[in-house]
Design a protein around this ligand. Structure first.
Ligand code: SAM
Ligand code: SF4
Length: 334
């Protein structure tokens, strides 16, 4: 919830009284990677170009949500940095009154080139996804050889003034779980926030099963071999559903995100805008209302926001669902 004294109060609440202040905006469903847990090698049926919201249309949605209490934005996808002129979207969003925080989720491949222009356009911070520190493994998990180098990407973001820097690692048993300690050790010398995410069996995953899920207590036990973990408040901005810890004298923190063993639904303050203009009120299930026709015809969006929120579910049923029964995160702005 915003603590800025002169900010408009949150008036957009769902049927359970949860105030909505955070929007995740998917700017594209496409990606230059094919991560094993997210996208099939052959890609997905991409959205037709004419269905994708133009930047001006995305900004209009934000402009109409901001007076109702929207404060924080995250650009995501698919891979947001492959959409041309992303910095121009950032600068338009920066100009919307009431928006306090603009973040980006990226696989980091284009950060060395884009961190500077994005920061200049008004981007506040960045989350970089990285599932291995070993080049051959990056290749086998992301299944595209684009020369991704996490350290170079994070350093480019740091030099551009983007902060805090969060690094998201999806832990998969037998695939990269032996690197948990190496990732955690990055926080000893760097002021980065390395977050371990439990694999979610969503989309049409053929290679991964529930056996690949490594529960958080196991991840933390492995990290504790490096030193005693103390509870930590974590980065000052955008903590969301992560719990944070710190190794002794470490410059950065370690976070865990546990969609499989815990849910955060009770305090959920977020909604998602898909690349084709659907407002989704829950990551899972099909709770969504299309804004595209209204935004294109100039109709007011507030009645549609309220309709969507009236149907926001109390919690998702991920644990009850079967592998393959859900869409890939790249299609819903994960
Ligand atoms: N392409 C960007 C990236 O990778 O950061 C943004 C979109 S990606 C869908 C957003 C986040 O979802 C990434 O951190 C990715 O690791 C995570 N993700 C995707 N599929 C997942 C899955 N099946 N289980 C857990 N996390 C997943
Ligand atoms: Fe692309 Fe991100 Fe999905 Fe990987 S997790 S395939 S980088 S959208």
């Amino acid at each position: 919830m915003s603590d800025t004294p002169d900010a408009e109060p949150i008036t957009l609440r769902d049927q359970f009284g949860r105030g909505i202040e955070y929007l995740r905006i998917s700017v594209t469903d496409r990606c230059n990677f094919r991560c094993v847990y997210c996208m099939p090698l052959e890609g997905l049926p991409w959205l037709p170009k004419q269905d994708i919201l133009r930047y001006e249309e995305i900004v209009e949605v934000v402009r109409q949500l901001a007076p109702l209490g929207l404060r924080r934005l995250r650009l995501t996808g698919g891979e947001p940095t492959i959409r041309p002129q992303l910095a121009s979207l950032v600068s338009m969003l920066r100009a919307v009154p009431g928006i306090e925080d603009i973040a980006l989720s990226t696989n980091g491949v284009k950060l060395t080139e884009l961190a500077g222009p994005l920061a200049q356009a008004g981007l506040d911070r960045v989350n970089i996804s990285a599932d291995s520190l070993q080049p051959d493994r990056v290749l086998s998990i992301a299944r595209r050889d684009l020369g991704f180098d996490l350290i170079a990407a994070a350093q480019a973001a740091t030099s551009a003034g983007l902060a805090p820097i969060k690094i998201n690692v999806v832990v998969m048993r037998g695939i990269n779980d032996d690197e948990v300690r190496d990732f955690a050790a990055l926080t000893l010398d760097h002021p980065w926030h390395v977050r371990f995410i439990e694999l979610m069996p969503v989309g049409d995953l053929r290679e991964l099963t529930w056996d690949h899920v490594v529960p958080t207590h196991e991840i933390l036990a492995r990290i504790a071999e490096l030193g005693v973990l103390s509870d930590d408040a974590g980065p000052s901005r955008g903590n969301g559903p992560a719990r944070y810890y710190r190794l002794p004298s470490a410059a950065g923190t370690i976070g865990v995100i546990t969609p499989m063993t815990h849910t955060y639904c009770e305090s959920c303050n977020r909604v998602r805008l898909t690349a084709d203009g659907r407002l989704r009120t829950c990551l899972f299930g099909d709770h969504e209302v299309s804004l595209r026709e209204a935004v294109r015809s100039g109709a007011p969006l507030e009645p549609l926001f309220r309709k969507a929120l009236a149907e926001k579910p109390l919690r998702h049923e991920l644990l009850q669902m079967q592998v393959g029964g859900l869409r890939a995160l790249s299609q819903v702005g994960g």
